[in-house]
Each structure stands twice: as structure tokens, then as C-alpha cells.
Design a protein around this ligand. Sequence first.
Ligand SMILES: [Zn+2]
Length: 328
Amino acid sequence: MLQAHIQQERVHHAYLFTGPPGVGRRTLALRFAQALLCKQPPQPGTMCRQCRSCRYVEATLDTQESLHPDVFVVRPAARAMGLQVDQVREVRQFLTLSPQMSPYRVAVLVGFDRATPAAANALLKTLEEPSERGLLLLTAASSETVLPTVASRCEQVPLRPMDTAALAQALARRFRLEEDRALQVASWAAGRPGYALRLAQDAEAYQRHHRWVTDIPRLLAASRRERFAYAHTLVQTLPRHALDEPLMVWAAFWRDVLHVALDHPLPLFHPGQKRLLDFLALRVPLHQVYDLLHTLHRAMEQLRRYVTPRLLFEGVLLAWPRVRPMLS
Ligand SMILES: [Zn+2]
């Protein structure tokens, strides 16, 4: 669709890339910008990846910093609640200037679902009076998490997780991962290629995910006080933008419990935890598993708004049953 927009010269002035974190929203937005700004596209709607413009965008993909003079990337600051109104004003300023080396200027606003109301309203003005050569690319979890007046003015690009087996194959090919490891990473990522790439390339991200899974038995056996302490440490040590990672890991884990309990044929996200999953599927009543999943998904929603993360994690962990899995 994005290629066709370039080929047919029907490029919109705003796009909203939606999907779960780690599915590849920011990457696709930047690749779109790359194709749009390429100096010598092999075909319209594609990029050479070699010209100066392409190399700048390529570097932006790796470093998170914007190096292209006509591409501006804004994201919530590490400890900030979300995108701030000042950042949107900078975007507006950027878009009013003429492009320096390209036909367009492109602003990428990462995590727009976590924009403050003031920031969202400021952006609305830009959307209502688009600049001739300015393009806005927003990313968000879903269009429902964005101000409806903003979402309705954007061309929507919804991204869904891909098939786990296909993702595992691609990972094994690209990173020469062993089959087991590739399948583990793809399963853990729940079919989200961006997150899978991070797990495959970033040993720390892999260790973190591993820890959230292996901490589960300890958390289940933990007292109220121990769970509060865990929530406190977690919020202290993780940057705000990464706080949804443990929630997603746990949601995938409890979804596995549900699928085991229902004897559902879907592949598990955490096949390596089969004994623990079997234990919980027998031990925890189905309605409680549903409640837990609901609590986790609501927590992910609330994380994008103005909620104290520590309280949110305390609430999530308190909802878990207290059981002592005998797995040794
Ligand atoms: Zn190029």
C-alpha cells in the first residue's frame, strides 16, 4: 500500500502505524521515509539503500537518532510520561521549513498513544493545516489509543504479528541462529518481528525476557510484601518506555495457561515452561486466568496514560494467585 502511494503519487500527509510494540511500526515508518526520499530509487516506491539520503535513514534505524536533515524523529523521553507539547511544537517548526535535500520533510512521532492531551491537540492543528511538503508518520498501539480527531486525519497502517514458524525460519536464516533458539525467540516475541530481532541481537533484552519468565514461579509463591518489593525494583530499574515488556511477557504466559487449560491447539508462547503451564492450568480456576489477562491488558492500556507505574505493577502482581509450584 505504501509503495503504491509513492508510485501513484498519492502520498498522504499523515500516516498512523499501529500494532503491538515490537511489531515493526517505527521501522516501517522509517523505511517508508527512506523510499520516499531516496535519490535514485531502483523503481518508484523502492529505495537503493546506497545514496546519501538512504544511508542517513539507515543510520537512523540503527541509532534512534535522526541524522537525515529532512527526517525528524521524536519519542517520549526516557522518564517522561509521553510526548510533550514542546516536542510537537518542534515538529511543527521543522515541517514549516523547506526540505534541504529531498522532495519532502518527514516527522516521525514514536509512541503517539502516549502523547499528553496538550501535545495531541497541538498536533491536531498541524493535521488541519498540512504543509505542502511535510509528512507526519505516527506510531501507536492502536487507533483507539489516539485522539479520534487525530486518527481520522491519518491514513491507517495496521500491523499484525506474523506466523511464529515463518518468523523463526527468517531469524534462523538471517542470524544463523540454531533452530531451537530461533523458535524460542519467535515464540517469545509472539510473532512480532521487531521484538524478535531485538531478542536475537541484544543479549540484554534476551536476558530480561528470560528473567521475567523464570521469575514467575518465585512471584507466584511470593508474599504480598515480596510482590510489592518486586514491583518497586522493576519500576526503578526499567526505563518508562520498556515497562510494557514484562506486562506483555506475562500476558503471553497467562494466555498460554489459558490455552493449556482449554486444550487449545495454538502454538504456545512459552513451550519451554510446559510443566509450570500444566500445573497452573490445573490449579488456577479458568475465570481467574481470564481476570488476570484482563488485568494485564488493562495495565498495558493504563501505562500509556497518567498512572503511577509502581501502583499499576502492584495491582497486577496482587491479582496473581499465591501458589507454590513444585517443579524440581
Ligand atoms: Zn537511495
